[in-house]
Design a protein. Structure first.
Length: 482
C-alpha cells in the first residue's frame, strides 16, 4: 500500500510528538496554548529529547511550532477522518496491551517484594561518589602522525591556559571541543561514577576539587582533554530506592509471571482443532476469489474456558494485514499456527482475568492510551491524504505516454496504460518520502485548522525550556564514554 512506505519518515516525526502532544501534564507554565490544550515547559523538553534536538533557541522554536502543528493536525483528523476496521483493530490492541501491563503490575507482581536489608546492602556495595564534570576534547588517535598529535596537544594546552586565565569554559567547549555530544552543552558530561570513564580521565576528574580545572591536560585514546569539575555527590538511598527495588525484583517478577501464565493455561481446558487449522492454512495458501463460506467461518480453531476462536476470526485479521505480513503467515505450518493461536488464547484469558479482578488503567497508562490514539488519528488521516494525492488519472497517463512514445514503440496506449500508471505512482511515492514534502503537508493541514483555532505562545519561557533541556541531557549522558 502506498501509504505505508511513503509515511515512513513522517511516522517517525509523529511518534516523537506523541508523548508531549497527549500529556500536557506539567504545571510549570504554558509555553503554548491551542484552544484548551496547553504545552508546558516539561512537554516541550520531553519532545525535544524524543526528537533528538540540540539545546539552542532555534530548536526550541522549531519544537513549539511542531507541537502546535501536530495538535492542529490531530484536531483536523478527528473532524475529517473515519477510522477504518484496521484502525479500530489497532486501537483494540493498544488498549489490551496497556490493560495487560496494568494487570501484570496490580496482580501478578503485587506480592513480589525485596527485603529492606537486601536493598540497603546493594546500595552500600554498588553506589559510590559521582562527579559532574565538563571537558574539551581535542581529538587525536594513536594512528595519527606525530605532527597531528603534537598539534592537538598544543591546542589543548593553549585552551587549558585560557580557562586557567578566566575564559568561560562552556563557551570554549562549544567552539573547540571535538566531542559533539557534550560540546553543544558547554562540554557538560553530567554526573558519572567510577568505572564509567576511561582510566586517565576518571583519575583526573575524581582527583580535582569542585569548581577547579584539572592542573594538566589529560591524554586518553580519544585525544587530549581539558577538564573542569562542577560538583560531587553521592545519591542517597531514598533517592535510588525505587530504581534499586525495580532492578532486584525483576527476576522474581518474571518467575511469578511465568508461573501465573502456566497455571492459567493448564487450568483453562484449551483444545486445538488441527483439521480446521489445516483448512485455514489451505485458504491462506490459495485464497478464494470472493469471501469464504459462512460454514467455514464457523469452524472452530480453538476452545478454552469462557471462549473460542473460529476460522472467521483469524481470517478477518488476516485480510486486514499488509501484503508483506500475509506472505510471512503463508509460510507457517500447523505447529507454528498452533503456537500463534496459543498466544491469542493466552491474551484473551489474561484480559478476562483482568476484567474479573476489576483492573482499570491508572492515570499514567490512560495518558499513554490517549497519546497513542492521537498518534493513530494523525497518521491515518495524513496517510489518507497521501493516498489520494497518489492517484493518477487517465489524462496524466496519456500525457506521459505521449511524451515518452519512443520507449513504447510498437505498443498501443491500451497495451501499456497500467504500466505507465505504475511508473507515475512510483514517482509520486518518491516525492512523498521527501521529508520536506511531508513537512509541507503537515503545515498545510495545520494552517487550515489554525484558521478556527485560538493560539498563544509565551516566548518568555523559552529560556527555561533550554535550561531544563540542558540539565536533562547532562543527566542522560552521565556515564557516557568521554
Amino acid at each position: 500500500m502506498i501509504v505505508r512506505q511513503s509515511l515512513a519518515t513522517l511516522k517517525g516525526s509523529i511518534a516523537a510528538l506523541a508523548l508531549a502532544v497527549a500529556c500536557g501534564s506539567g504545571n510549570d507554565g504554558a509555553v503554548a496554548t491551542v484552544d484548551d490544550k496547553t504545552f508546558t515547559v516539561d512537554d516541550v523538553v520531553q519532545y525535544m529529547q524524543q526528537a533528538g534536538y540540540g539545546a539552542n533557541r532555534e530548536a526550541v522554536e522549531r519544537a513549539v511550532d511542531e507541537l502546535v502543528k501536530m495538535h492542529l493536525v490531530t484536531q483536523r483528523a478527528r473532524e475529517r477522518y473515519t477510522l477504518t476496521a484496521s484502525d479500530s483493530l489497532r486501537l483494540t490492541e493498544m488498549r489490551e496491551t496497556l490493560m495487560w501491563n496494568q494487570f501484570r503490575e496490580d496482580v501478578i507482581h503485587k506480592n513480589v517484594t525485596v527485603d529492606e536489608k537486601e536493598l540497603r546492602n546493594w546500595y552500600v556495595e554498588n553506589v559510590g561518589e559521582e562527579v559532574d564534570a565538563r571537558h574539551i576534547l581535542i581529538r587525536a588517535q594513536a594512528s595519527d602522525p606525530d605532527s597531528v598529535r603534537q598539534a592537538a596537544k598544543a591546542k589543548a594546552e593553549s585552551l587549558l591556559e585560557e580557562v586557567k586565565g578566566g575564559a568561560d569554559f562552556a563557551s570554549l567547549a562549544e567552539e573547540n571541543s571535538d566531542d559533539p555530544g557534550s560540546a553543544q552543552r558547554g562540554g557538560s558530561l553530567g554526573y558519572f561514577s567510577r568505572g564509567q570513564m576511561v582510566g586517565p580521565f576518571e583519575e583526573a576528574a575524581f582527583g580535582t576539587p569542585v569548581g577547579e580545572i584539572a592542573s594538566d591536560i589529560v591524554e586518553t585514546q580519544f585525544g587530549y582533554h581539558v577538564i573542569k569539575v562542577e560538583d560531587r555527590r553521592k545519591q542517597t538511598f531514598e533517592e535510588l530506592r525505587e530504581e534499586i527495588e525495580e532492578q532486584l525484583a525483576r527476576p522474581e517478577r518474571q518467575e511469578a509471571e511465568q508461573a501465573f501464565l502456566t497455571g492459567l493455561m493448564e487450568t483453562s481446558s484449551i483444545e486445538f482443532y488441527e483439521t480446521n487449522i489445516d483448512r485455514l492454512l489451505g485458504l491462506i495458501e490459495n485464497p478464494p476469489p470472493g469471501d469464504i463460506e459462512s460454514a467455514e467461518r464457523d469452524l472452530l480453531l480453538a476452545t478454552f474456558t469462557g471462549g473460542e476462536i473460529k476460522l472467521g476470526d483469524i481470517w478477518k485479521l488476516y485480510e486486514m494485514l499488509p501484503e508483506a505480513n500475509r506472505r510471512t503467515i503463508a509460510t507457517l505450518d500447523q505447529a507454528t499456527m498452533v503456537q500463534a493461536l496459543s498466544s491469542i488464547v493466552q491474551r484473551r484469558l489474561v484480559l478476562a482475568r483482568a476484567s474479573s479482578e476489576g483492573t482499570v488503567l491508572d492515570s499514567t497508562r490512560q495518558g499513554q492510551l490517549e497519546e497513542r490514539v492521537d498518534l493513530l488519528w494523525a497518521q491515518s488521516y495524513l496517510g489518507q491524504l497521501l493516498e489520494k494525492q497518489s492517484e493518477v488519472d487517465d489524462a496524466d497517463v496519456r500525457q506521459y505516454f505521449d511524451e515518452h512514445r519512443e520507449f513504447y514503440r510498437g505498443q498501443t496506449f491500451e497495451d501499456v496504460r497500467e504500466q505507465v500508471r505504475s511508473v507515475l505512482i512510483g514517482q509520486r511515492r518518491d516525492e512523498f518520502r521527501d521529508p520536506e514534502y511531508q513537512r509541507e503537508l503537515m503545515t498545510a493541514v495545520a494552517d487550515s485548522q489554525a484558521e478556527k483555532a485560538s493560539l498563544q505562545t509565551n516566548e518568555a519561557l523559552y529560556e527555561r525550556v533550554l535550561a531544563t533541556l540542558k540539565e536533562r541531557l547532562a543527566e542522560n549522558d552521565a556515564g557516557a564514554s568521554s
